[in-house]
Ligand binder design. Sequence first.
Ligand code: AMP
Length: 589
Amino acid sequence: MEYSILAKSFEKMESTRKRLELTQYLVELFEKTPQDVISKITYLLQGKLRPDFEGIELGVAEKLAIRAISKSSGIAIKKIEEEYNKRGDLGHAAAIILEQKTQTTFLVESITVERVYETLFKIARLEGLRSQDMKIKYISSLLNDASTLEATYILKILLGTLRLGVAENTVMDALAIAYSGNKENRKMLEYAYNVSTDLGKVAEVIATDGIKGIEEFKIELFNPIRPMLADRVKSEEEVMEKMGNEFAIEYKLDGERVQIHIEGEKIELFSRSLEKISSYYPDIIEKIPKIIQAENAILEAEIVAINENTGDFLPFQELMHRRRKYKIEKAVTEYPITVNFFDVLYCNGKNCIELSYIERRRKLEKIVKENEFAKYIPMTIAKTKNKIEEFFENSINAGSEGLMLKMLDKPYQAGSRGSHWLKLKREYRNELGDSLDLVVIGGFFGKGRRTGSYGTLLLSTYDENTDTFPSICKVGTGFTDESLDQLYQILNPKITIKKNPRINSEMEADVWFEPELVIEVVASEITLSPIHKVAQDEIRKNAGLALRFPKFTGKIRVEKMAEDASTDEEVISLYKGQNKAARDKNLIE
Ligand code: AMP
């Protein structure tokens, strides 16, 4: 397939933010796409080469791309940098530069999607000493044969700056229309996506076998399932209202969620954001296969750090010590863990997500043989508020964060947050009623004791509708010397020369970061703000929402992606809830 078809589609898509138009452009693109390239196109559309869980990163730095443009065009690096500074986007700057190309090539090979994809794949795979030179060679050879439009979009993919604003749902709408003529079939595609986390695969199945292929879509081992999430509740009363007569209550342990795929000796661990995390937990890899009484299974558990002497649960932060590449064996002995199972999604070749909660829990208790290292999360069946209170007390005393409440007769809803699972946390009872997971977008240099670190951070939520990160507050309290140091180490590699275009902030920071790191923050209140951008114009014209007295809780949420951070909708709902609570209080007083 000609790459120019794709580049033209990208250009059209970039020119609109309207979902219907985007869908239409995607349908037109899919109609021109042969079956054997559809998965590649689907990944490229999202600026990827493979699904995220495979961990294939292009990782081409701006400097390297500039060198490749210079090599291909014969134009000096300085000139390219100037153009880049003017345009703010290297892809567009390259288009201007390449227009003025001084080196002309005569033997122009036409560029196909396949060639671009294969070359990008090779670049992603390059490692080692000579890899930089090889990368430049590959990139410049593509640019040599590319038109200016094609070059723009090759560079944008390489640099990770392609932002078409096509959410997964929009891609699925378009796939349903293009291959089944009916947008309503999106629901079925969603199921396939939720159990595979692989939109390229879903696209390939529908393009090849039509909607029938999607109906028969199967869960596969070592292909992660998107996790089911819980709605929050603030009180036992709310639980009783929402849960009905009888329900399960489990401890909500403060650790790292893990999805364990296992077949015989082969085992792989996926984090909550479905990254492979097996290398951090060699103890799980070694010990878990021995206690699983099934040929194969997909299980969910919470990994929790423990105090070896007392067996008490320790906070999530302790697990951070495991996130290292080297000397992991040392970390394994210094920071022991337990694995606490709470669900089974697949067992002995059969899908279990359609089973009810209680059937799954019974199955789980059959498959996993408990020992010192592996346990089931404590669970009880409850009918009354008193029982919830009692279990809540016990869970807090055992070092957990609160409770998870689960409907007994409901299946596992992959990839969705809903009311079949609820969470009741200890913090929910404090001032604001909840903690927020926010993205670190900017930093301000520290003074005094904090020199050499970022004394204050600029934070944002995630706005799902516009795929942007609107600022919500600056936070400068709650840090310890250790956490400041840790944050500095994590944030430094994320510094960018220019503010990422997805960041929406009027406030100027000393440095901007790639919006990637999520931290947990509590606050006393949400207020209207003329500066911050969350929910801009939603509550009042020319105002957004901001946090008052924000405080870092000490939790760096490495397991969350920026897109998993608290959303504008969540902040709006907290804002409204807080105002209602204030009104109720005034009425009573
Ligand atoms: P939150 O991150 O606050 O949205 O809470 C959901 C997280 O709680 C999950 O992603 C799990 O990591 C964790 N968790 C702890 N205990 C449980 C449990 N019993 N069932 C499900 N998730 C749990």
